[in-house]
Design a protein around this ligand. Structure first.
Ligand code: UD1
Length: 428
């Protein structure tokens, strides 16, 4: 298994190109199941999760041809042309679903188009139980017949789905996405209330509109969908990754560096930018992104609570905690989206951070310096927070279980080392 070695203390300087958002790309790929025509997606990031989704779609009979290459340091991303001719196989098997929870996003489109879907239950994962009950309840409200049997979700709608008013009891990104796709091919009108407003949900909605869907309220908490008999092919470019953007903004801040982050959409990161600015980081708009520098006065602790969009994203909590670990003063960080999302805390403490967890809150008391250590993490964002801490720490940090990073950060080591980080990857 590969590991990453970092010698901290180098201020990062230079330019980093942001790729397409993983969390937008995954539902967009699943949307290819909604039509027999070709959906062509560009700006797809080169990531393990994207390959897992491609494998799953291929298993379901989607013909995928690849074009474009993100591995050359360019910013063109990959292009996938996906054609779901006939959905002969409607089973998403355990082996693929267990690798990635987002596999459950094939449920809504497959059920709506083929009238049946069999999807392995994703099960628990490292950041809490993360059930899919809200997806299932909402699909039932559209008339789906759903049973759980032998670890699989068995969903049927032999005469198609029918529009309904669905009010989500809590905001769910994946649930909203599954329902948006299903409702696009349902009979009549569907209203999704308390829908997720994340930019990745809006990206999916815009792509569905390009495929012929009729959706009102995009970007708001109420989505109204007029179902269509069929959707058609389209070409669509994936929105830039706001979490990758925020992660590199923290890299600039934690090392006292100066990074231009190209291709970033500052308007999608307002909550994160506000926190970083209050912490003493300068963020200025550029022609095609942002420039992040650390203001002269050093870093200050800021209190943070994760919330659904437009609130502060849970996917940035671990990275900003690494930053708060070296800020002046204390910071209270409260996680309201996922239980058990503080797995990075003991590892940051091994690097000299002073952090105490009380229930859903962590009190971070800033220390002058972190020191390098052997660490490992059990999820994507936790892993990258250790990379960020390592960039600022004295001495060598060794990060094990690098495969988590490959799920969500394209060419992380290359991008950081091009900006002066002393970082390398090696096979054990
Ligand atoms: C998506 C993102 C993930 C991000 C999360 C919250 C993708 C591929 N992943 O995950 O990176 O951290 O949004 O912004 O886009 N819940 C239920 N029942 C359900 C569904 C969700 O109880 O049926 C709970 C979850 O356990 C969690 C909360 O609702 O506590 C939010 O989860 P959700 O928004 O659905 O997250 P994901 O779509 O899985």
């Amino acid at each position: 298994m590969d590991r990453i070695l970092i010698r901290g203390g180098k201020a990062l300087k230079g330019n980093i190109q942001i790729g397409g958002a993983k969390n937008a790309a995954l539902p967009l790929m699943a949307a290819s199941l909604l039509t027999g025509e070709t959906l062509s997606l560009s700006n797809l990031p080169h990531l393990a999760d994207i390959s897992t989704m491609a494998k799953l779609l291929a298993e379901l009979g989607v013909d995928i041809s690849m074009d474009g290459d993100a591995s050359n340091g360019g910013n063109d991303g990959r292009v996938f042309a996906m054609t779901a001719g006939n959905l002969d196989n409607t089973t998403a098997p355990y082996d693929l679903v267990r690798k990635m929870r987002a596999s459950v996003l094939v449920l809504g489109p497959m059920l709506a188009r083929a009238g049946r879907a069999r999807v392995s239950l994703p099960g628990g994962c490292a950041i809490g139980t993360r059930p899919v009950d809200l997806h299932l309840q909402a699909l039932q409200q559209l008339g789906a017949d759903i049973e759980l049997s032998e670890g699989y979700i068995e969903a049927r709608a032999p005469t198609g789905l029918t529009g309904a008013k669905v009010t989500f009891p809590m905001v769910t990104v994946g649930g909203t996405e599954n329902l948006l796709m299903a409702a696009s091919l349902a009979k009549g009108e569907t209203v999704l209330a308390n829908a997720a407003r994340e930019p990745e949900v809006a990206d999916l909605a815009h792509c569905l509109v390009a495929m012929g869907a009729e959706i009102d309220g995009i970007g708001t908490g109420t989505l109204t969908i007029q179902g269509k008999d069929a959707l058609h092919g389209a070409e669509y470019a994936v929105v830039p990754d706001r979490i990758e953007t925020g992660t590199y903004a923290v890299a600039a801040a934690i090392t006292g560096g100066d990074l231009t982050i190209s291709g970033a959409r500052a308007d999608l990161s307002e909550a994160v930018n506000k926190v970083l600015t209050s912490a003493g980081v300068d963020i200025a708009p550029t022609n095609d992104g942002i420039r992040v520098t650390r203001a002269d006065g050093g870093l200050r602790g800021v209190d943070i609570m994760t919330e659904p969009y437009p609130g502060f994203p849970t996917d940035m909590q671990a990275q900003v905690m690494a930053l708060m670990a070296v800020a002046d003063g204390a910071s209270m960080m409260t996680e309201t989206i996922f239980e058990n999302r503080f797995m990075h805390v003991p590892e940051l403490c091994r690097m000299g951070a002073d952090i105490n967890v009380h229930g859903a809150s962590a009190i971070v008391r800033g220390v002058k310096k972190l020191s390098g250590a052997q660490v490992m993490a059990t999820d994507l964002r936790a892993s990258v927070s250790l990379v960020l801490a390592g960039l600022a720490a004295e001495g060598e940090t060794v990060i094990n279980r690098v495969y988590h990073l490959d799920r969500g950060y394209e060419r992380l080591v290359d991008k950081l080392s091009a900006c002066g980080a002393d970082i390398r990857r090696e096979s054990e």
